[in-house]
Design a protein around this ligand. Structure first.
Ligand code: 5GP
Ligand code: MG
Ligand code: MG
Length: 183
């Protein structure tokens, strides 16, 4: 579904499908170079990162392992609570592994800072972050994110995996949700 098909619920398209794919290819080349000669475990954060993971993993011209973690900090609201709950833990023992966390978006940074600490305590060999989107002006904690797709303004966006109350994940573009939808 393209953003244009539900235009009355959106304001702007911030990032198009084509821009996302081009950026993921670019990031894939960087990751290939940075992890040359090393095993790599991609950990996707459910559910928002499903689309990024699917496309990014297939952009990589190298073997990888994949695992998933489900955490929640948002519920059906549009503001981060800072309270992180594990809903599904990793299946993999990450001790000694090179882990790349794949995320949809860094907003306050609270979820990722919690995840990074949690992963560090499990003894990973290295932990880096790839985030498709980042809102630099919304940061409450600084996240050292090695691979960033796009910096965007502080607005609530949906599409390409990102939801509002579980809707809009199947939009191909990333767009700003019209305030009348959640007001
Ligand atoms: P945090 O504020 O902890 O960095 O963000 C936590 C999670 O909230 C993100 O991983 C993402 O799932 C969700 N989130 C943050 N900003 C947005 C946004 O603009 N739109 C949507 N749909 N989800 C967001
Ligand atoms: Mg997320
Ligand atoms: Mg959500």
């Amino acid at each position: 579904m393209r953003a244009a098909e539900i235009a009355d619920q959106l304001t702007d398209v911030l990032v198009t499908e084509e821009e996302i794919q081009a950026k993921l290819e670019q990031l894939a080349r960087q990751v290939e170079a940075d992890y040359e000669g090393k095993d790599l475990l991609l950990v996707g954060v459910l559910k928002g990162a499903v689309m990024v993971m699917a496309d990014f993993a297939r952009s990589l011209k190298r073997p990888i392992e994949m695992d998933w973690m489900a955490v929640s900090s948002y519920g059906a609201s549009t503001k981060s609570s800072g309270v992180v709950q594990i809903r599904k833990d990793l299946d993999t023992d990450i001790s000694g592994k090179h882990v790349l966390i794949v995320e949809d978006i860094i907003d306050s940074g609270l979820t990722l800072s919690w995840l990074l600490e949690n992963f560090a305590s499990r003894g990973a060999a290295s932990i880096e972050v790839l985030a498709l989107l980042r809102k630099p002006e919304a940061a409450k904690v600084e996240i050292d994110c090695r691979y960033v797709g796009f910096d965007i303004p502080v607005e609530f966006v949906v599409g390409y995996g990102l939801d509002f109350a579980e809707k809009y994940r199947n939009l191909r573009d990333v767009a700003v949700l019209a305030p009348h939808v959640y007001a």
